[in-house]
Design a protein around this ligand. Structure first.
Ligand SMILES: [Zn+2]
Ligand SMILES: [Zn+2]
Length: 457
């Protein structure tokens, strides 16, 4: 998750305290009831009893982070544990993805996702179980790597959920599918699993899907809100093709550096001049790559763009204008018509939209588990993005994606007292998951699944 912006909004929302609606929905109908207290207590006690195992597992995952699409060690741990619990396990979907199926009688099928990948960040937490080894990539290079987005906690919570559901198999009926997804950080893992035949392999199709993500909210809080939550995103490269030459004879060249510079500025008018001011959208140029030497005008210049949007028409408009601006700049520079700038689309996810009925179904049980004041059920949509929903895009599965607090409450209070919104952000080298959040995340996952796999009518 691109979490920095998300967290800023979350903390502002959380600062207003509980926003859980009263016991009616927007439609005025009676809201679904919480799970029976005895069932929540049972799940809670089971996960507490499993606490030492989960904490050991989490520390091990944290110490051994793996970058996108290389999560082989993590995937092997997930597979082994799911198999030992009696799940039917399939590995290697979308390179490293793992799917575990547990059929437990008639009823709906629920899919639950954890992402596995870490970040290219050098950890500075100083934790005794901090990651310290560099990761060697396939090309021989070495990078610092760290779980700076909490995906190690996501995997732990997923396995905690799996263990609790097996132990409670007399209390629910249906099919639970837990899966570990690669490469969320590069926005390609969910689509890689789908492209690798996720829905052609005979797995039971989901009636519902869930995902959870760590956020530096206080431990014990969950953010579970209906409707549009996160923006759609595109990653694309624009290459300007010029004519290279000597830096002393610009008249004999067509300078791609100048074209790229003009385009960067002109792109900024897409949001400010072409878009309805009421429509949220972002266009950022995250990288300019061209040339090497002071006295050589290069052949090409590459701009790396990131787009955020909530509706397909906004996306189309941005892409159209990016092309028009690039072509216009190139024409003005004297580029031949067969050498217009080229656009490489590298990855795309649609907006994340939580199902209203599903959120309404799980939130009363979250309130029963955590306390009514610990569930934030209303906050603004953010420009941050996820690829969780891409797995279900072709199926139209109703889903809910929740944020789980992982920061020590005293650190959050201290940060707020000094005018900060949060003590640290995801992807920061000091990001960490408080160990108290390990059992709580597993409980939130379990309560979400039980909310749809127990017959309470
Ligand atoms: Zn992240
Ligand atoms: Zn993340």
């Amino acid at each position: 998750m691109n979490a920095r912006h998300v967290v800023g909004i979350v903390m502002r929302s959380a600062a207003f305290g509980c926003m859980l609606s009263a016991a009616t929905t927007a439609m005025g109908e009676a809201a679904p009831a919480a799970l029976p207290a005895s069932l929540i207590e049972k799940a809670s006690a089971l996960i507490d009893a499993d606490g030492a195992h989960l904490t050991t597992l989490f520390k091990d995952l944290h110490r051994h982070p793996e970058i996108a699409f290389t999560e082989t060690r993590t995937a092997a741990i997930v597979s082994k544990q799911l198999k030992s619990l009696g799940f039917t396990v399939t590995q290697g979907i979308g390179k490293t993805g793992v799917v575990g199926v547990l059929a437990n009688g008639p009823g709906p099928t629920v899919w639950f996702r954890a992402d596995m990948d870490a970040n290219a960040v050098r950890e500075t937490t100083g934790l005794p179980y901090a990651a310290s080894a560099k990761q060697r990539l396939a090309d021989g290079s070495e990078i610092d790597v760290m779980h700076a987005c909490g995906h190690d906690a996501h995997v732990t919570w997923l396995l905690g959920l799996a263990r609790a559901m097996v132990a409670m198999n007399g209390d629910w009926s249906g099919t639970l599918v837990v899966y570990a997804q690669p490469a969320e950080e590069v926005g390609l893992g969910a689509q890689a699993m789908v492209a690798d035949g996720l829905w052609q392999r005979g797995f039971p199709k989901p009636d519902y899907a869930f995902g959870t993500h760590a956020a530096p909210l206080p431990v014990g809080m969950v953010l579970s809100s209906p409707g549009v939550r996160m923006a759609g995103v595109d990653q694309l490269d624009i290459t300007f093709h010029g004519v290279g030459g000597h830096g002393s004879t610009p008249q004999m060249t067509i300078d791609p550096v100048v074209m790229a510079a003009q385009a960067v500025l002109a792109y900024q008018t897409i949001i400010s001049r072409n878009m309805d001011p009421q429509t949220p959208a972002v266009l950022s140029v995250g990288s300019i790559e061209a040339g090497r030497d002071n006295n050589v005008i290069p052949q090409t210049a590459v701009l790396k763009l990131n787009l955020r949007w909530f509706t397909p028409d906004v996306r189309e408009l941005m892409l159209e204008r990016i092309d028009e601006i690039g072509n216009g700049v190139a024409l003005a520079a004297g580029v031949a018509s067969d050498a217009m700038p080229t656009r490489l689309m590298k990855g795309n996810s649609g907006p994340l939209v939580n199902d209203k009925a599903l959120v309404a179904r799980v939130n009363p049980s979250f309130a029963a588990l955590l306390g009514q004041d610990k569930v934030i059920d209303q906050f603004p949509a953010v420009m941050g993005s996820e690829d969780f929903q891409e797995a279900f895009a072709s199926l139209g599965t109703p889903y809910a994606f929740m944020l789980i607090g992982v920061a020590p409450p005293e650190l959050v209070a201290k940060a707020r007292a000094s005018g900060q919104q949060f003590p640290y952000s995801n992807h920061n080298p000091d990001f960490f998951v408080d160990l108290a959040a390990i059992p709580i995340g597993a409980k939130i996952n379990t309560v979400a699944v039980l909310s749809v796999l127990t017959n309470r009518s």
